[in-house]
Design a protein around this ligand. Structure first.
Ligand code: FA5
Length: 334
């Protein structure tokens, strides 16, 4: 029995045949069990010798079985390692990572610069009333300046999508209730304009408002210059031109000079070398009054800029429509 069992075991080359062998010899109904069960029917004097021999064989087979099993496992592992070899030098599969939208990036950068100058961020609504978008900003009904903004009206009389972030000035003033103000108001605006490479019907603006005793035009110039140099570089020159907005007096527009070594300079600046970045001015007394401030006691300045157009300047992007097209080839560049 032992010799036969060991020979058959040697022929087992894989796990399935090994398991069959185990059942046949060492299983509950196997030949060893079977041999041991015959012990009872043997003559008394043969029992100890027979029993001892049967147990010896059982243990020998057990040991042989475990050795064979270990060997088969080792072979299987070796086969796996050589046949399905892993090339650990292959580059891994890159996990796609999301990133911030370019509009969010420039908004955060602008807000961070102003936060560094002590400005607070103030959120205000995109759906506005005519009163906030126009009247309180010194544009009563039929004021010709309303034509500067092609407005989306809603079906509810007097309710519209804000055409600029300036109505937020009134909200800040009313929230601050007479205290000094240094605030930045980023947000989305809407205009019923012909869509073009420079103009979208939906775009971001960042408004700024400073109100307090003794706030001067010099403070406005200093703030804007410091901001422009942080965003566009310490070399930038700032140019101020007279302009008109109903809610500021005097009103200005602010240009920065464009680096002379940029090949896009002539195209971006229409040959002038100067590029407009925002509208600004000293807050009109009527606007201060609408916000609950006494124009005889306090003064203020305000400005409004288009962060997307600034981002376009920084990265030589020639079409504002790329912002909302969600084309990954564009978005992944930033
Ligand atoms: C205004 O909207 C004024 N409220 C700005 C202001 C605030 C002046 C406070 C004085 C005091 P304007 O219409 O020029 O001004 O728009 C400001 C900026 O918004 C523009 O310089 C431009 O960068 C951006 N902008 C305007 N229209 C669009 C548009 N259709 N698409 C993208 N950006 C636009």
């Amino acid at each position: 029995l032992e010799a036969q069992a060991l020979q058959e075991l040697a022929e087992c080359a894989e796990e399935t045949t090994l398991r069959t062998w185990h059942t046949r010899y060492l299983g509950d109904k196997g030949r060893i069990k079977n041999a041991l069960s015959r012990l009872g029917s043997l003559p008394r004097d043969q029992k100890p010798v027979y029993g001892a021999e049967a147990n010896r064989i059982k243990e020998a087979l057990q040991v042989a079985y475990e050795q064979a099993a270990a060997q088969i496992r080792e072979h299987a592992l070796e086969r796996e390692l050589t046949q399905q070899a892993l090339d650990i030098t292959l580059p891994g599969r890159l996990r796609r990572r999301g990133r911030l939208h370019p509009a969010t990036q420039i908004l955060r950068r602008i807000c961070a610069i102003f936060a560094g100058m002590g400005f607070q961020i103030f959120r205000s609504r995109e759906v506005e009333t005519e009163a906030f978008n126009f009247d309180y900003l010194n544009m009563p009904p039929h004021h010709p300046a309303r034509d500067m903004w092609d407005t989306f009206f809603t079906t509810i009389p007097g309710v519209l999508l804000r055409t600029h972030t300036s109505p937020g000035q009134i909200h800040v003033m009313r929230a601050a209730a007479g205290r000094p103000i240094r605030a930045i108001l980023p947000g989305m605006c809407y205009r019923n304009e012909a869509i073009s490479p420079r103009s979208e019907i939906q775009f971001f603006q960042v408004e700024g408002l400073v109100v307090g005793e003794g706030v001067t035009f010099a403070d406005l110039k200093g703030t804007i210059t410091a901001f422009a140099r942080q965003l566009f570089g310490p070399q930038r020159q700032v140019r101020i031109r007279g302009s008109y907005f109903p809610f500021t007096e005097p009103s200005i527009e602010v240009d920065i000079d464009w680096p002379a070594d940029d090949p896009n300079r002539d195209r971006l600046t229409k040959g002038t070398g100067w590029l407009e970045i925002m509208g600004a001015g000293m807050v009109h007394p009527r606007v201060l009054e609408a916000g609950g401030y006494d124009p005889r006691r306090v003064t203020g300045f305000a400005f409004g800029m288009g962060p997307q157009r600034m981002f376009m300047l920084q990265h030589a992007i020639d079409d504002i429509r790329l912002f909302w097209q969600n084309d990954l080839r564009f978005l992944q560049q930033f």
